[in-house]
Design a protein around this ligand. Sequence first.
Ligand code: ZN
Length: 440
Amino acid sequence: MKLVIKKASLIKKEPERLEISDVLIHDGKIREIGENILAPEASVIDALGKILVPGLVDAHVHFREPGQEYKEDLRTGSLAAAAGGFTTVIAEPNTIPPIDTPTRLRRLLNIADKKSLINFYSKSAITKGMVGYRLADIVDLKEAGARAISDDGNPIPSRRLMRNALIKGKESGILVSPHCEESAFYRERILGQREKRGQRPFYLQMPYSSPGAGPYTSEAGFIKRDIELAEKTGARIHISHVSLARSVEIIADAKRRGVKVTAEATPHHVLLTERMAKEIGPNARVNPPLRSEEDVVAIKEGLANGTIDIIASDHAPHSPEEKNRHWDQAPFGIIGLETTLGLVLTYLVRPGILTLSQVIEKMTIMPARIFGLDVLGVGTLRTGVKADLTLIDLDRKWKVDASRFYSKGRNCPFNGWELYGKAILTIVAGRIVAKDGVVM
Ligand SMILES: [Zn+2]
């Protein structure tokens, strides 16, 4: 199949500008980029006034398969991704059972080959069972195709174990991506240990909380510990969903010292606050939690000045029944594959907080580089690479309607919001998989 995209606007850097070009796609690859490409037998797409970018990459999603297919599965997750303009995703390993052995990882990737409409990659667990006691077989997991290691939702409780994970990560050339948050699991475990020793209640002396602070404030403490360990071991580390101003500061300092650290932020931590969460209800209950105005400002600055390298959705579907429970009983998580692009274009690019080029980099080449997919041509738009492309209409006005999402999840705190900018074509390996938000 031959396809020619006519008069698309391509983003050029330094100085940042748009350049109008034709792009010829044949046999799944980009064959030519230039003016007035003649290809009489090709199907033609008129892209005048539209922005053509490398296929979007979301480096933090939950597709819930295996084990919780009632929340999402590889098929519906991939449809949501395609509709939202994403051609590549990297899933977290916290399925049931977790992806903590090479056999489980290979099985998952095989199922994805059959069911996913887009490129699907996975992380694997840092520790066996993701419970923070013994390291998984990191070397074998890397060989089986894991893009990074992460105990999604749980921090690594002990400093020694984290250090060993980083040493293994460095040896095997795999990225370590810790979740620097206090999970319920972690809190219970620490509580259990302290009670056994007859110590004071854990919330008064959480190892990484600031004194007197409430729950879930330990993110910055964990980030500091894990970055220091990365610095000592020389390993590469990627911090998931940064949510506090203090965390941004710690990461910026580490980058200045030359530590090999990268970081990510989600649209919800950039656009919503704790105060808004209370109004929205359980659909805004997420981990790490939504924070203060001051934290939101710091995350935006971190994105703009390069402290935070990528934007990822942390697409975390749950069933409507689960999310309709009382706030305290509802599970943590927000879906994002079908809203991320519209949200960042409307709330980061339109007001001039980030340039279009910055946003697209943080959603294409940067995640591809961090997770080692750039060598496969992911995240770039040039002749010879696989034709994974997203065509964007910056002026398209649309209203978020979660009831129409391809995702099984409806836990979207942005429901009803009016946005500007939408992926109008998603192309994977030269094939159009979604058009105007509708999967083909
Ligand atoms: Zn997650």
